[in-house]
Ligand binder design. Structure first.
Ligand SMILES: Cc1ncc(COP(=O)(O)O)c(C=O)c1O
Length: 400
């Protein structure tokens, strides 16, 4: 058994990040500036995006996507119930109505059939403004079906790609520019646990006009177009052209991002390697369902979500996580579905079984550690701990 705790998702930082941050500090320019703009350019190049805007969180990127599209009162945005709260809260902050739908049993991504049903069941006077899927765990959702529904209803697609860096769908990188006939904006998160981190941070990619609108909104609505003000004769002059927010990324954060982005292909390869080893080790256990990975996609393996077949093994998810912890392995759960939180229950009066797949699958989920700094020994420690728990449980069941 390990004698030291294996953390769940520590940031993977090295001398390169430290050197970039030190250079930013020494430069004297610490807020949005040259490093942020270079990070945007490099990120757009990496993902194939037409334009990119760096912001101070993934949540800010989602909120700006909605605002830039003009989503507000009378609008409806459809999102999956198996989700982190942030996108759904951003929808409600705009005054639009968030409509939750259930997820696909296999991938736990938004179920296009449920999206279609919800899109046909709006209240009178409402307009479908956008669909906001999550590429959950880094497995791209069924984009083709969602784009078809969005085209039918003339609405936008806002992809929550907090987990999906780097990932691709049918050869298209998540976040890349694409001709679909509908506006598509993609939001990434650089939170401390993410595949690429800047401590806190995010990026929004999409068509240049929408990204420009988001850029203005990200900084109090100040229009930085040099033609809109007489910056040569009065450099102190600026104009606030519309309501905005304080969502800009600082160069200190971008410095970390630049170093992380250079390492991302190596990080991604290690994520995939660990996932393959876990799959190989756990596939044969009747106690588990290993994560889905459909053909035609590249998974980022941000989260490795194992599912317990709760009925046969007789141990609960809570006991399983506690047993892992006793063996010095940290684990987590992604996610408590949105409709099961007091905030949503109190405001929308929902019951757990309103979204039966999300509810049932949530109770079986256990996320195992997966990050590039894990050594082969760490990976084997996780596998040994999981295997030991199963065998102990089998023995206990046999003697009961
Ligand atoms: C699916 C998903 N969407 C959005 C976010 C929000 O990102 P941030 O924490 O950068 O605001 C997160 C998480 O941290 C997430 O997991």
């Amino acid at each position: 058994m390990r004698d030291k705790l294996l953390p769940f998702a520590p940031p993977v930082l090295g001398e390169e990040e430290i050197a970039e941050v030190a250079a930013a500090l020494r430069s004297g320019w610490i807020t949005t500036g040259p490093r942020t703009h270079l990070f945007e350019q490099n990120f757009a190049e990496f993902t194939g995006a037409a334009a990119a805007l760096a912001v101070n969180s993934g949540t800010a990127a989602l909120h700006l996507a909605l605002v830039s599209l003009g989503v507000g009162k009378g609008g409806v945005v459809i999102a999956p119930a198996m989700n982190f709260c942030s996108g759904v809260q951003a929808i409600e902050q705009t005054g639009a109505r968030a409509v939750l739908v259930d997820v696909d049993r296999e991938t736990l991504n938004i179920d296009p059939a449920e999206v279609d049903r919800a899109a046909r069941s709006l209240r009178s006077g409402e307009r479908l403004a956008a669909i906001m899927p999550v590429h959950i765990y880094g497995h791209p959702c069924d984009r083709a079906s969602l784009i078809a529904i969005a085209r039918q209803h003339g609405c936008a697609l806002i992809e929550d790609a907090a987990h999906a860096l780097p990932a691709s769908y049918e050869g298209t990188m998540i976040g890349a520019a694409e001709e679909t006939g509908i506006p598509i904006l993609t939001a990434f998160s650089f939170y401390a646990t993410k595949n690429l981190t800047t401590g806190e941070g995010g990026m929004l990619t999409g068509p240049p006009d929408l990204i420009q609108e988001a850029r203005v909104r990200s900084l109090h609505g100040i229009d930085e177009d040099p033609l809109s003000r007489d910056s040569r004769s009065a450099p102190w002059f600026y104009e606030v052209t519309r309501p905005g927010f304080k969502y800009n990324m600082a160069d200190i954060q971008a410095a970390i991002g630049l170093a992380q982005l250079a390492k991302l292909p190596g990080f991604a390869a290690r994520h995939a390697e660990i996932a393959a080893r876990y799959n190989e080790a756990f596939a044969a256990f009747e106690e588990f369902r290993i994560p889905a990975c459909r053909s035609g996609i590249v998974h980022s393996w941000h989260i490795y979500a194992l599912r317990l077949n709760i009925d046969p093994p007789g141990f609960t998810r809570g006991e399983f996580i506690a047993e892992l912890r006793r063996r010095n392995i940290a684990a987590s759960v992604h996610f408590i579905p949105v409709h099961m939180h007091p905030w949503w229950k109190e405001t929308h009066g929902s019951e757990p079984d309103d979204f039966p797949v999300a509810h049932r699958e949530f109770r079986r989920l256990v996320s195992l550690p997966i990050y590039p700094a894990m050594s082969d020994r760490d990976v084997e420690d996780v596998i040994e701990a999981v295997t030991a728990i199963v065998h102990e449980n089998r023995n206990a069941a046999a003697t009961a």
